[in-house]
Design a protein around this ligand. Structure first.
Ligand code: URP
Ligand code: ZN
Ligand code: ZN
Length: 474
């Protein structure tokens, strides 16, 4: 009996990277891409997959996901196991989650805690950004240690959620100055939290309790104001800055202007801001709680600006902000998730799922509708997130020596999305019943076939923590 193959050859696929597009053979060996060429000759120890007609894409890199994240009084409903399995089925092989610095522990404690929960469960490779809620000399020392010795080189800070996560401007400035000088990145949630809290209080006092007031109390101008403030702090600190979940032209116009001035400003948007607009909020049915995420959905006009920015590189990343909470009370045992806010919109946990549908939804609305080239699609969903967060060239491309994280994608297939068919724990998807062009057929993580059509071949715990390097901004 012959021994099982130790390498895999992907024959005749169309290799798409951020810069190239050609038909070739790709040989994966020992977890990395060993050879790319024509008519590669292999022995019996190599499995051969015919990829004619399929795209060979680098595994997706999703740098904004919340798995098992404690957010206020509740927790996101995807575990590291369910969330990373969902990521894999969606063609994402590396995620960057969040490790929350609590009142009492240090950033280093937060990293260790996240790793303890994640390591036995993750089925794709992972890292974490540390959420910094408090800054003092010791925290800054620990941040430097995390960057130098733990391979954690990015940190998220909030200008929203006063009293919970919000950091003041001086704290943000101190972090920007040090992290920037050390070659890392501060990622900012830009919304003016104190004014939003006032608007929420006034709405509730006026008896406005339905979920539509979530959007009305978080106007785009307050995203724009905070974005402008963040940019000025980064400019003063001479540090790069990254804006998460940019939703509006109010924010974008400051980003565009700053980049034109030569300031190192980078930003992501998320599929939901491209797929939906704020017309979904025009009802008092609680059902719309599924669209309660932060920032909220914006106007059609904002979407036009987001697409323009994606094309012209004023937005460099599309990440999911996968932050799932169940709608149905008690689904999989999760109590009081979205229903927490049945009588008070401000108590609805903010966030929506999306980790499994990112690539296919963007392929459909971006590539197939002629808004993004294939190269740009790969750049936005894999290569640039890997570069900005210190994962490149190990992750984010198809090149000799890179990890053999590869997606075989069928551009000719179609699929209709239903929550019941998805791998994640969330009981809904924003794409319910929507037919999308394109399909993830096979996914390899470091050369291991983990998704084969509908079949799950991955394993909890096979994902690895990836120590990250410095930001590659240019
Ligand atoms: O609604 C959202 N985005 N929830 C997750 C937390 C955050 O701000 O990213
Ligand atoms: Zn945020
Ligand atoms: Zn988020």
């Amino acid at each position: 009996m012959s021994s099982p193959p130790t390498a895999t050859l992907i024959r005749n696929g169309r290799v798409i990277t951020a810069s190239d597009d050609y038909v070739a053979d790709v040989l994966m060996k020992n977890g990395i891409i060993d050879t790319i060429g024509q008519n590669i000759v292999v022995g019996d120890d190599t499995a051969i997959i015919d990829a004619k007609g399929l795209y060979v894409l680098p595994g997706g890199v999703d740098t904004h996901v919340h798995l098992e994240n404690v957010i206020g009084p509740t927790i996101t409903c995807d575990t590291f196991a369910s969330g990373t399995r969902a990521a894999a089925f969606g063609g994402t092989t590396t995620i960057v989650d969040f490790a929350l610095q609590t009142e009492t522990d240090s950033p280093l404690g937060a990293i260790a805690r996240a790793q303890r929960s994640a390591q036995s469960q993750v089925a794709v490779d992972y890292s974490v950004h540390v959420i910094i809620t408090r800054v003092d000399d010791q925290v800054l020392t620990d941040v430097r240690h995390a960057m130098r010795h733990e391979g954690v080189t990015s940190f998220k800070m909030f200008m929203a959620y006063p009293g919970v996560m919000m950091a003041d401007d001086a704290a943000i400035f101190r972090m920007l100055r040090q992290v920037g000088a050390d070659g890392g990145m501060v990622a900012l949630h830009a919304e003016n939290g104190t004014v939003i809290d006032l608007l929420i209080k006034e709405a509730l006092e006026a008896g406005h309790t339905s979920p539509r007031y979530h959007a009305l109390t978080r106007p785009a101008i307050l995203e724009g104001e905070a974005t402008h403030r963040g940019i000025r702090l980064a400019e003063l600190a001479e540090a790069p800055i990254y804006f998460v979940h940019v939703s509006s032209n109010q924010a974008l116009k400051h980003i565009v202007a700053a980049r034109a001035e030569g300031i190192s400003v980078f930003a992501e948007t998320c599929p939901h801001y491209l797929l939906f607009d704020d017309s979904v909020y025009n009802t008092d049915y609680f059902e719309i709680a599924k669209y309660v995420m932060t920032p909220p959905l914006r106007k059609e006009d904002d979407q036009k600006h987001l697409w323009r920015a994606l094309r012209y590189d004023d937005l460099q990343v599309i990440a999911t902000d996968h932050c799932p909470f169940c709608m149905k009370e008690g689904h999989l045992g999760y109590r009081l998730q979205k229903m927490r806010g049945k009588d008070d919109f401000s108590l609805i946990p903010n966030g929506a799922p999306g980790i499994e549908t990112r690539l296919v939804s963007l392929f459909d609305i971006g590539v197939m509708q002629g808004k993004l080239s294939l190269n740009r699609f790969v750049q936005l969903t894999a290569t640039t997130p890997a570069k900005l967060f210190g994962l490149f060239p190990k992750k984010g491309t198809i090149a000799v020596g890179s990890d053999a994280d590869v997606v075989l994608f069928d551009p000719a297939a179609t699929q209709t999305i239903y929550a019941k068919d998805l791998q994640g724990n969330c009981d809904y998807t924003l794409l319910e019943g929507r037919t999308l062009r394109g399909k993830v057929e096979k996914v390899f993580l470091r050369g291991n076939l983990i998704v084969d059509g509908k079949q799950w071949l991955g394993r909890e715990g096979m994902g690895q923590f990836v120590p990250r390097g410095q930001v590659r901004a240019f």
